[in-house]
Ligand binder design. Sequence first.
Ligand code: HEM
Length: 160
Amino acid sequence: MDLHPNVASLAPLLGTWRGKGRGEYPTITSFEYADEWTFSHSGKPFVSFVQSTRSAEGKPMHTESGYLRGTGDGAIEIVAALPTGQVEIGGGRADEAAGVLTLTTDASVTNTPTAKTVERVTRSYRVEGDVLDIDLAMAAVGQELGHHLASRLTRDTMPT
Ligand code: HEM
């Protein structure tokens, strides 16, 4: 099935990716994790994603799912739900140059009543061939925007 033209530039993201990540923040002890993402589409003007992570011991850690909405001319919107009690809503861009796809988003965050407070999340996804690099920064728990996650993944399943 063809991608909708509004998300055609996201084609390099489609499929399942696995790799390793490292997390940090000024208020916590740094940690490592196994990262898995699946990006898929239905022909509509959005790409769906599901992420799951595990600790080095194989225990489930963070997970999230959401949508990358293409609104035309490389403009992207993100809607993501986190079981830690946050919903992320924002905008960004997808650009392709010299065979490298770069997708960036900048989102404000709404928190459930008991969740730790996250105010802003910025994300970067970079695909070069079968390598996906993901970076995430957040302004949370009273801190300025700061780095939380970096992971490098390789393509595991080619899209159908
Ligand atoms: C959009 C994605 C994410 C957001 C918004 C987020 C947000 C947060 C926040 C607000 C904290 C609390 C910091 C504090 O209490 O000082 C935190 C801590 C933490 N995060 Fe994340 N996180 C995200 C993704 C992840 C992922 C993918 C992992 C691991 C695979 C992860 C692992 C941790 C760990 C281990 C801690 C410290 C312990 C804890 O509070 O549970 N986070 N994160």
